[in-house]
Design a protein around this ligand. Structure first.
Ligand code: ADP
Ligand code: ZN
Length: 617
């Protein structure tokens, strides 16, 4: 965010100079045109009028150029001399006529070549050059001259290491804990290896924009006291082919010189988009850059002491090759903060300003569901500005309220704020998943339930973690898992009497499992022990793991498969609904708790499910 701000302000500068240059050019152009056309106050006449004037002996004198005839004639009314201008016409008899009427005439070689040169060549080419210069200016950046295309312009915090510490990153406790290892490694790479640690190499930070991924990466460098080199993925892939790859090379050379250090690549999805996803509109430039990045990451061994950190909010589009061992094999989720997290973040930022005694940070946290660290930092900033505008000694609650309203209004335009009734629905939906997962033995235990939206599609989620690796799954286990998936929709139906589109992904996954039960594992009584599907065909078109119907199956069998799938699904759905009906009080309690806290962990879920009078806070 910090570097985003910098980018913005420097763009502002560019815009400013761009505009003033354009204005200057326009001004010069207009002055020139004015002079060009307003030199003479002569009347324009047609060539035939001119000929008539000649024949009437009224032309005093004239100058003939290739394009114009300029001259002076006698006005009939007052016998005064008047200037005229007429467009020249190819007229071989003109000279004879002028001589016959005793007109004083002369020819001029007009300097048309100069105007031609200016208007026909210098201006257009100058303009093109100017455009090109503007476009490439961004690329050239600060380093390299006119031809320094390949030079990257990452920011290097050379000996001035970032002074951000983990204490500046509020709320992200889990992420900080996971990243602690990287800090240990950077502090003393050799010692870390002597003690038997497997050296980390790449860490992928996954989370919505503004959740503090950049901040966290900087704080990691700050804690370890190492330099921090950062670049944004979109800067890699700019206009000219080959630039991206050479930038990657530069970046890694620089990093090796500075080691131990952290290289931070923001928006890595700009280069790391899955090549399979993109096979139709292949982008060679991006692919080259990605390949170079993979090669560089494989190319140095971890004793060098360089850690590559990257951030993305769309991990699902990343090329799986990036996630292989020795590359970004550690993924850390940087979640949107819950109420407590938001409170902590506000505390961090509010330290920098003077607040009145009426300001209640807990209330501010409650007023800002779904907002991320960057939003909160903005709000504190805005509130301080509002107070300053009113010449107040300190920032008061009213300023914060106004600032929050503004921030929310801005986000509403971008559709990032969930409405109250949607939030309620999501709470019941997720509670439905969680309760069934808690009660059924075949389902994986619930780790966390959240109604903080993650990305655009998921408004909430229930995270389950398998207890231990299972190699054999029974049919009952699989059906239990499907029941969990149906829990969300069933809860919505019970509580609201209607269902929403929020369950779409659940239904898709449920269908996949049920189909597999019937067609791959031969677990359906009617269809029996037959494998009816086989692993998917074209490995480039279908992602790994997709199953394809065998093409030697009769239409009748296909119909039977469909019928059995939908029958089994219906049965499981009824079962899920039955379980929730029996536990309606728990559903109610859990959803209310979720609405209050936004995130509920394993123990809190247990307290609701086991507690007789609900949970004690
Ligand atoms: P991201 O890289 O995830 O888009 P940034 O790290 O750029 O987000 O965060 C932008 C700004 O928001 C930070 O500079 C900081 O001021 C504020 N911020 C974000 N998350 C936190 C946090 N957990 N604690 C304190 N400030 C935060
Ligand atoms: Zn769901």
């Amino acid at each position: 965010m910090n570097n985003k701000n910098n980018k913005q302000s420097s763009n502002g500068m560019n815009n400013f100079s761009k505009f003033s240059i354009i204005y200057i050019i326009l001004g010069i152009f207009m002055v020139y045109m004015y002079q060009f056309y307003s030199k003479t106050e002569s009347t324009t006449i047609t060539y035939s009028q001119f000929k008539k004037l000649v024949s009437e002996n009224r032309v005093v004198k004239c100058k003939i150029s290739a394009k114009y005839i300029k001259g002076v004639y006698l006005d009939k009314k007052n016998n005064k001399k008047k200037a005229f201008i007429a467009i020249a016409v190819n007229d071989p008899n003109l000279i004879k006529e002028l001589e016959a009427h005793n007109v004083d005439f002369s020819g001029t070689i007009t300097n048309t070549w100069l105007t031609n040169l200016i208007f026909g060549w210098i201006l257009p080419f100058g303009f093109l050059f100017f455009l090109w210069w503007l476009m490439t200016k961004k690329m050239r950046g600060t380093s390299g001259g006119l031809f320094g295309f390949g030079k990257s312009r990452f920011k290097v915090y050379l000996n001035e290491k970032p002074d951000v510490k983990f204490s500046d990153v509020a709320g992200a406790e889990e992420a900080k804990q996971e990243i602690q290892e990287v800090v240990e490694f950077l502090k003393d790479p050799d010692k870390y290896k002597r003690l038997g640690g497997r050296a980390p190499k790449g860490v992928l930070l996954v989370g919505a924009p503004g959740t503090g991924k950049t901040l966290l990466a900087k704080a990691t460098a700050g804690e370890a006291g190492t330099p921090f080199i950062s670049i944004s993925g979109s800067e890699f892939v700019e206009m000219f082919v080959g630039v991206g790859a050479s930038r990657v090379r530069d970046l890694f050379n620089e990093a090796k010189k500075l080691s131990p250090c952290i290289v931070f690549i923001d928006e890595i999805d700009a280069i790391g988009k899955s090549r399979a996803l993109n096979s139709l509109t292949s982008n060679d430039e991006r692919e080259q850059t990605l390949n170079q990045l993979l090669a560089e990451m494989d190319g140095f061994d971890s004793s060098v002491g360089v850690i590559i950190m990257a951030a993305t909010n769309r991990p699902e589009v990343l090329d799986p090759a990036l996630m292989r061992p020795g590359r970004f094999d550690r993924q850390i989720i940087v979640d949107k903060p819950d109420v407590k997290g938001r409170e902590a973040i506000i505390r961090v930022h509010i330290k920098k300003i003077k607040v009145g005694e009426d300001v209640k940070i807990e209330t501010l946290a409650k007023m800002t569901p779904g907002l991320v660290g960057a939003d909160l930092a903005n709000i504190v900033n805005e509130a301080a500005l509002l107070a300053a505008r009113e010449d107040k000694e300190a920032v008061h609650m009213e300023h914060f309220e106004e600032a929050i309203e503004r921030q929310l209004a801005g986000l509403k335009k971008k559709n990032r704020v969930i409405k109250e009734d949607e939030k309620k629905r999501v709470a019941y939906h997720e509670s439905g998943h969680a309760i069934i997962a808690y009660l059924l033995p075949g389902a994986d235990p619930v780790h966390k339930i959240s109604i903080i939206p993650r990305g655009l599609s998921a408004l909430g989620y229930t995270q389950q973690l398998p207890t231990d690796e299972k190699y054999l799954i029974t049919k009952e286990d699989m059906l239990d898992k499907v029941a969990v998936l149906f829990g969300g929709r069933a809860a919505e139906e019970i509580v609201f009497g209607s269902v929403s589109t929020g369950a779409q992904n659940d239904l898709m996954r449920a269908t996949d499992i049920v189909r597999a039960v019937i067609t791959q594992f031969g677990m359906d009584e009617k269809l029996g022990l037959v494998v009816l599907e086989k692993p998917g065909g074209n490995q480039f078109l279908t992602p790994e793991g997709i199953m394809r119907e065998r093409d030697d199956i009769s239409e009748k069998t296909k119909e039977l498969i469909d019928a059995q799938v939908s029958k089994m699904m219906q049965n499981i759905y009824e079962r899920a609904k039955g379980i929730l009906m029996k536990n309606k009080d728990k559903l109610e309690m859990l959803a209310q708790e979720l609405l209050k806290k936004e995130i509920i962990n394993e123990d809190e879920l247990k307290a609701v499910m086991e507690g007789e009078n609900g949970i004690q806070d």
